[in-house]
Design a protein around this ligand. Structure first.
Ligand code: SAM
Length: 265
C-alpha cells in the first residue's frame, strides 16, 4: 500500500484540512441531514483524512451509532483515532472488499477522495456492496474544478489551477469526478435523491476566500516539488496569491462541488 498521495500528508496539509473542514462543516452537516444520517446510524467515511468530518459524524450518530473511517495514510489514521473515531487502513484503489461486512452500512460519506483514485467506479461498486438496502451514499466531489478563477482575471491564478488539475490527473485522478459518479450511481442501481451544485463567489474576508487562497499558498510548494510548476514560474504565482486580496474589487469563484445523495434500492 503506497502511503502518500498527490497532496501529501505533512503537518501543513493536515492543518489545511482542518481549516478546510471548518469552512465546509455547515455544508457537510446539511448534506448528512438530507441523507437522513442521525442517531444510531452506522456510517463509513471514505478517505477520512485526519478525521475532522468523521469526528463530527460520530457526534451526529451518538453512542448508539458507529463511524468507521478509512484512509491509506498512516498519519491520518492516527490523527483520526486521536479524535476518538475508529479508523481502518484501506487503499480504496485496491480490488479487495472494503473492510466492513457486506450489507452492514447505513450511509457512506465521501468528500474530495474519489477525485484522487485511479479506479473510482470499482470503489463505487464496493460501496454498493457495503450498504444495506435503502442505505445512502452522500458525497461532496468536484464537477468543475476550473470554475476556480479570480475576477478581475489573474493569469497566475488560472495557471495555478491548471497545474493542480494536471497534477491530480498525472497520478491517475480526475478533478471533475462528480460528472462520472452521477451516471455510475444510476448504472449501479442507486436512486439519485438529490444532486446540488455548490459554487461561491467570495470576497476578501469571506471564509471561502481564505479557503482557496490558503491552498494557493501551501499547494504551490507541492506543485513545484512534483514538477507541475517550474521554479521559474513559482515566484510570480506566489506573489499573485500573496497579493490577491489587495486587487481592487476582487472576487474569487470557487471550484464547483456537486453534492450527491443517492439511495441503494
Ligand atoms: C483532500 S483529502 C480529504 C480528506 C477528508 N475526506 C476531508 O474531507 O477532509 C483526500 C484524502 O484521501 C485519501 N486518499 C487518497 N487516495 C487514497 C486511496 N487510494 N486509498 C485511501 N485513501 C486515499 C488521502 O490520504 C486523504 O486523506
Amino acid at each position: 500500500m503506497s502511503a502518500d498521495y498527490v497532496l501529501g500528508t505533512d503537518e501543513v496539509e493536515l492543518r489545511r484540512l482542518g481549516a478546510q473542514h471548518d469552512v465546509w462543516r455547515a455544508a457537510a452537516h446539511a448534506a448528512w441531514q438530507r441523507a437522513l444520517i442521525g442517531a444510531g446510524s452506522t456510517v463509513l467515511d471514505l478517505g477520512c483524512g485526519p478525521g475532522f468530518a468523521a469526528a463530527d459524524l460520530a457526534a451526529v450518530v451518538g453512542s448508539t451509532g458507529h463511524v468507521i473511517a478509512l484512509d491509506k495514510a498512516p498519519r491520518y489514521l492516527e490523527a483520526t483515532r486521536a479524535r476518538g473515531v475508529e479508523a481502518r487502513a484501506c487503499d480504496l484503489d485496491d480490488d479487495s472488499m472494503l473492510p466492513v461486512a457486506p450489507g452492514s452500512i447505513d450511509a457512506v460519506w465521501a468528500r474530495w477522495v474519489f477525485c484522487f483514485l485511479t479506479r473510482p467506479r470499482a470503489l463505487l461498486a464496493r460501496v454498493a456492496e457495503a450498504l444495506k438496502p435503502g442505505g445512502v451514499f452522500v458525497a461532496h466531489e468536484y464537477f468543475d474544478y476550473s470554475t476556480w478563477r479570480a475576477a478581475p482575471r489573474v493569469p497566475e491564478v488560472e495557471e495555478f489551477v491548471a497545474a493542480v488539475m494536471a497534477s491530480w490527473r498525472a497520478q491517475g485522478g480526475e478533478p471533475d469526478i462528480a460528472l462520472s459518479l452521477l451516471p455510475w450511481l444510476g448504472e449501479l442501481g442507486f436512486e439519485i435523491v438529490s444532486a446540488r451544485p455548490i459554487t461561491h463567489v467570495a470576497a476578501p474576508g469571506d471564509a471561502m476566500f481564505s479557503w482557496v487562497s490558503s491552498f494557493g499558498r501551501t499547494g504551490l510548494d507541492r506543485l513545484v516539488e512534483l514538477g507541475h510548476v517550474s521554479r521559474d514560474r513559482a515566484p510570480a504565482i506566489a506573489q499573485a496569491w500573496a497579493s490577491i486580496s489587495t486587487v481592487p474589487h476582487v472576487r474569487i469563484v470557487t471550484p464547483s462541488v456537486l453534492e450527491l445523495v443517492a439511495r441503494k434500492r
